[in-house]
Design a protein around this ligand. Structure first.
Ligand SMILES: [Zn+2]
Length: 342
């Protein structure tokens, strides 16, 4: 089940016209990619099922695999797409520590399960994809002022009851280690239900774990909790050191932790390379990171996103042509020359 073959992937979004996609697919296939990860947001689920299904079919006919990403779905997966369900399903919303309801569904809610069941049915029956890429499942990620004020979620009635039942004490006002554990367990429980449903529909499951730079032990625990899922095939992470303003060498630690857990639980390891928001002049670091990932024993490497995200204004690289050339050349070199020794 664990492949030792090189597997290179790229994410794809924006274009929903199969006619235009066909030209991009040809470029992607000729560059040597083995699979695509299609974003499939709530918006896509509602308005573009047939078009994305055609793109998936074209991909498979070209001999590549097609995985589907719940991009920003319910506000609990990675991605810039907005969540309509998070805004409308009031009963299922997360509640922040200052009492404010958030336009994101709580991973413990019945509402999140009801919607994701429908989403998954469309992926299996309409899109007929090869698998699901469960992208960075998470609770509310505070930014800016909310982060400075130490605000966190979720304090909804379900989380209050669940925490009290699990730890024998009321949900505290601060985000303590017990609260963080409760949240990690809630995410893992939801993922287990989803991967079981996906596997029953014949879909392959990949889960991508957000890196934790400040706490290697918490990252390892997160990996282990998700790797223990019997319906999971591929465990992934996306260190994106340039984005986190960390040295590229830091990726090694994430690769080693991922490989260790994957070996123990017999899962395939996948690592993502940052093809977005790369500052001008730093493109060579992408090749360095790809060589480092390959040298650490990872055979499944993916890039976010096609053409170094040139067409997404907010996330484009400063020089997307150079970034894309560096990434695709580095991938071709490791496939031809084998993993370098570093
Ligand atoms: Zn909650």
């Amino acid at each position: 089940m664990v492949s030792e073959q090189w597997q290179f992937g790229v994410s794809y979004f924006g274009v929903r016209n199969p006619h235009h996609f066909r030209a991009d697919l040809e470029v992607i296939a000729r560059l040597g990619f083995d699979y695509l990860v299609f974003t499939f947001s709530e918006h896509d689920h509602r308005f573009y099922q047939g078009s994305v299904a055609q793109c998936v079919r074209l991909t498979q006919q070209r001999g590549l695999k097609a995985y589907v990403d719940p991009w920003g779905v319910c506000g609990i997966f990675g991605g810039e797409a907005f969540s309509e369900r998070g805004a409308w399903d009031l009963e299922g919303q997360q509640r922040r520590s200052d009492g404010r309801p958030l336009p994101l569904l709580c991973p413990t809610s019945a509402e999140v399960r009801a919607y994701l069941r429908q989403w998954l049915t469309a992926v299996a029956e309409v899109l007929q994809a090869d698998g699901v890429f469960w992208d960075e499942p998470h609770f509310y990620l505070p930014g800016g002022e909310s982060r400075r004020r130490g605000l966190w979620a979720c304090c909804c009635p379900r989380c209050q009851q669940g925490f009290a039942a699990r730890f024998g004490q009321p949900l505290p006002a601060q985000e303590t280690p017990e609260v963080r554990q409760w949240k990690e367990e809630a995410i893992a429980a939801l993922l287990r239900e989803l991967t079981a449903q996906a596997a029953a529909a014949g879909l392959r499951n990949t889960v991508c774990v957000l890196p934790i730079y400040e706490d290697p032990q918490a990252f390892a625990a997160r990996l282990e909790r998700l790797a223990a899922d019997p319906h999971l095939h591929v465990l992934a992470t996306d260190p994106y050191p340039l984005y986190h303003r960390q040295p590229v060498a830091a990726t090694r630690r994430f690769c080693d932790a991922l490989r260790h857990v994957c070996r123990r639980f017999h899962k395939e390891a996948q690592v993502w390379v940052q093809g977005f928001l790369v500052p001008a002049g730093e493109e060579a670091q992408l090749a360095e990171e790809i060589r480092l990932i390959a040298a650490s024993g990872i055979r499944n490497i993916a890039v976010w996103s096609y053409l170094a995200t040139a067409y997404m204004t907010s996330h484009a690289c400063a020089d997307p042509d150079t970034a894309w050339a560096v990434i695709t050349q580095a991938l071709q070199e490791v496939r031809q020359a084998g993993a370098p020794r570093l």
